[in-house]
Ligand binder design. Structure first.
Ligand SMILES: NC(=O)c1ccc[n+]([C@@H]2O[C@H](COP(=O)([O-])OP(=O)(O)OC[C@H]3O[C@@H](n4cnc5c(N)ncnc54)[C@H](O)[C@@H]3O)[C@@H](O)[C@H]2O)c1
Ligand SMILES: O[C@H]1[C@H](O)[C@@H](O)[C@H](O)[C@@H](O)[C@H]1O
Length: 348
C-alpha cells in the first residue's frame, strides 16, 4: 500500500532498501531509453516491471534492465505492491487510461507528454487527482531540466538583460509518418514550446494564431511546417516554427529577446570538423542525444521526490493551449485562450 505523497513524489521503495521499483508501460523508443537511464544513469531506482502491447519489445527492455518482470496485463503492473511507481511511455492516446488507473491505485506516475492529447482527457485526469487530494502525477516535459533552458530562466531572474519581450523558437524533426494529422505537429511536438513558454515566463498564454506556408513536398499531405504565434498575458510574444519533415536532422533552439540584451539557446556538440571547404557540426537524428541530460535530470528529480517536474495542471494547460492552436490552424483565425483558474492542489 502506498502512503500519501506530495508533490508527484515516488515513495520509499519496498523491502527497506530505499531503491524504488519502477514499472514501465510502453517500451518503444522512449520507454527503452528511460529504462536504460533508470538502470545505468539514475540512482535509487531499478526497473521492476514492464508492459507493452508488443511483447517482444517488452522482453527486450526487461532483459536490458537486468531481468525486470514482463507483465501481460498493464493494470496488474499498476496494482502490483512490488511496483512503487509507474512510468508511462506508450502512445499519446493511451496515456489517460493508464494515468487514471495509477491515480485510482494511489501510485505516483511519470507520464510522457502530452498528459493526454485532448482537453477532455486532461480534465478527467485533473478531476481524478484533485479528488484523490494529493499530487501523484508528473508530466514528462523534460525541457524544464535541460541545462540550456534552465540557464535562460536563471538569466531572466538576474534581470541582467531586462524584461523579456520575445522568444523565437525553432523545433525541427527530420521526418514524420507520411500523412500524419496536421494537428499532431501542435499536440505532440510544439506542445513542448507551449510548456516552455509558460514555464520560462511564469505566465499564461492568452492568445494564439497559427500560420502555415505551402507545405513541404516531403510532408505527405500534412500541413508542415507551421508557425505558431503565442502571446502571454503580460504581453511577451513567443513564436514557434515547427517543422517535422526538415530532413537534415533534429534541432531545437531559441533566442530570447529582452529589453537590454538577448540570449541564444543552441546545443551544438562540442566538436566541430573542418574539411573539404566545410566547417561542420554533427546534428543528432532525434531528441535522445539532444536532451539526454534533461531526461536524466528529470528522472533523477522524480526518483528523489524533488518535485521540480511539470504537474498534471501543467499538462492540462499545455493541451488547453494546443487545442486553441489547432482551432487557429484549422480556421486561420486568432483565438483568445481563457485558461480556467488553477485548482487549489496546484497553487502550492
Ligand atoms: N519527452 C520527449 O521528448 C518525448 C520524445 C519522444 C516521445 N515522447 C512521448 O513518449 C511516448 C512514446 O513515444 P515513442 O517515441 O517511444 O513511441 P514508440 O512508438 O516508439 O513507442 C510506443 C510504444 O507504446 C506501445 N503501445 C501502444 N499502445 C499501447 C498500449 N495501449 N499499452 C501499452 N503499450 C502500448 C507500442 O507498442 C510501442 O512499443 C509518446 O507519448 C510520445 O509523445 C516524448
Ligand atoms: O514526440 C517527440 C518528442 O516529444 C520530441 O521531444 C519532439 O522534439 C518531437 O517533435 C516529438 O515528435
Amino acid at each position: 500500500m502506498t502512503t500519501l505523497i506530495e508533490p508527484g513524489h515516488v515513495p520509499a521503495g519496498t523491502g527497506g532498501t530505499g531503491v524504488k521499483r519502477i514499472g514501465i508501460i510502453g517500451t518503444g523508443i522512449m520507454g527503452a531509453d528511460h529504462a536504460r537511464l533508470l538502470t545505468h544513469a539514475v540512482s535509487g531506482a531499478v526497473v521492476g516491471g514492464v508492459f507493452d502491447l508488443d511483447d517482444e519489445r517488452a522482453r527486450g527492455v526487461a532483459g536490458a534492465s537486468g531481468g525486470a518482470e514482463v507483465f501481460t496485463d498493464p493494470y496488474a503492473l499498476i496494482a502490483d505492491d512490488a511496483i512503487d511507481a509507474v512510468l508511462i511511455a506508450s502512445s499519446d492516446a493511451t496515456h489517460e487510461e493508464y494515468v487514471l488507473a495509477c491515480v485510482a491505485a494511489g501510485k505516483p506516475v511519470l507520464c510522457e507528454k502530452p498528459l493526454a492529447p485532448t482537453v477532455d482527457g486532461c480534465a478527467r485526469i485533473l478531476d481524478a487527482e484533485t479528488a484523490h487530494g494529493s499530487r501523484l502525477i508528473t508530466v514528462g516535459f523534460m525541457r524544464r531540466f535541460d541545462p540550456g533552458y534552465t540557464d535562460l530562466k536563471a538569466l531572466l531572474a538576474t534581470g541582467e538583460i531586462g524584461a523579456p519581450l520575445m522568444l523565437h523558437n525553432v523545433h525541427r524533426n527530420p521526418a514524420a509518418v507520411p500523412g500524419m494529422p496536421s494537428a499532431n505537429l501542435i499536440t505532440n511536438s510544439a506542445v513542448h514550446e507551449l510548456d516552455i513558454t509558460r514555464w520560462l515566463f511564469d505566465d499564461e498564454i492568452s492568445e494564439v494564431a497559427v500560420h502555415a506556408p505551402r507545405s513541404s513536398g516531403n510532408a505527405g499531405g500534412t500541413r508542415d511546417p507551421q508557425l505558431l504565434v503565442l502571446t502571454t498575458a503580460s504581453g511577451v510574444l513567443s513564436d514557434v516554427e515547427i517543422f517535422v519533415n526538415a530532413r537534415y536532422g533534429y534541432e531545437v533552439r531559441c533566442e530570447l529577446v529582452a529589453e537590454t540584451g538577448t540570449a541564444t539557446l543552441d546545443a551544438p556538440p562540442p566538436t566541430s570538423v573542418r574539411r573539404s571547404g566545410l566547417h561542420a557540426r554533427e546534428l543528432p537524428a532525434d531528441w535522445r542525444p539532444r536532451f539526454a541530460e534533461a531526461y536524466r535530470l528529470e528522472l533523477q528529480d522524480w526518483i528523489d521526490g524533488a518535485g521540480q517536474g511539470a504537474t498534471a495542471w501543467d499538462g492540462f494547460a499545455a493541451t488547453f493551449v494546443a487545442q486553441a492552436c489547432v482551432k487557429a490552424l484549422e480556421s486561420g483565425e486568432r483565438y483568445t485562450v481563457e485558461m480556467p483558474s488553477t485548482p487549489e492542489l496546484y497553487r502550492r
